[in-house]
Design a protein around this ligand. Structure first.
Ligand code: Z5A
Length: 216
């Protein structure tokens, strides 16, 4: 595939959406063709699945059902948006991807990482992000930020989970990142957002250069 696939991961309110917007703006200024998207979501069908999963007054799905719904949404998203964009040579910036499923659904110990990996292999084949940014921050701080941003709009199902839950998610992300250092870059979300944006841009440019030239 000719494009470049970048995902942003991290806990609630860490600043993923903010950093995607800043990177997209910079790359657009340089004349790159960008697709900004998110998970769960990105297509009409996947956004409908998002509503089903995140609604706190929803269906109380089992962990396995919920995991399959995340993958059903991902399947539609990958087929209709991500693969066509990459085949077209575009840069895809995606807010969350399979690392979120590994962190959230497996870190809770309810669906094994092995099962999630098998589902990923089945549905995604060889598709993997070229680069993943983990925006890391202390969960209490992130939840505070998310609440400020949300204002009076509805809280989702995961935001209602305990601080202990969010701490486990943070550790799960850090474990994933340390297991795959060539793909993953951990950045502190507690810095000024423009400082983080400069770090994201620099790493992005280096990785694209390495991918395009093979020179490290
Ligand atoms: N989930 C799952 O369980 N399994 C899966 O496979 C997938 C997802 C794909 C999706 O919710 C939920 O689904 C998610 C995991 C689960 N739930 N949780 N938790 P979402 O996508 O709606 O929620 P989110 O990804 O956590 O989004 P968020 O709360 O919007 O966080 P964010 O994008 O990281 O943060 P932000 O919107 O960029 O920033 C939040 C606020 O902080 C905002 O007011 C910013 O202006 C401010 N901000 C950002 N950066 C800074 C800095 N550096 N300094 C100061 N203030 C800042």
């Amino acid at each position: 595939m000719k494009g470049f696939f970048v995902t942003f991961e991290g806990g609630e309110g860490a600043g993923k959406t903010t950093q995607i917007k800043l990177l997209a703006a910079r790359l657009q200024e340089l004349g790159h063709n960008i697709v900004v998207t998110r998970e769960p979501g990105g297509t009409k069908g996947a956004e409908a699945i998002r509503e089903l999963i995140l609604n706190p007054a929803g269906f109380n799905f089992s962990s396995m059902t919920e995991t399959m719904l995340f993958f059903a949404a991902r399947c539609d998203h990958v087929e209709k948006i991500i693969i066509p964009a990459l085949e077209d040579g575009k840069i895809v910036l995606c807010d969350r991807f399979t690392d979120s499923t590994l962190a959230y659904q497996s870190a809770l110990g309810k669906v094994s990482g092995d099962i999630i990996q098998k589902m990923a292999n089945l549905i995604l084949g060889n598709l993997k992000p070229d680069l993943t940014f983990f925006i890391d921050m202390e969960p209490a701080q992130g939840l505070k930020r998310a609440a400020t941003r949300r204002g009076s709009s509805a809280t989702d199902r995961f935001e209602l989970e305990s601080l202990e839950f969010h701490k486990r998610i943070r550790h799960a992300f850090l474990r994933i990142a340390s297991a795959e250092p060539e793909r993953c870059m951990v950045l502190s979300g507690e810095q000024d957002l423009h400082v983080i944006s400069d770090q994201v841009f620099k790493v992005f440019m280096q990785r694209v250069f390495i991918q395009r030239t093979g020179v490290n």
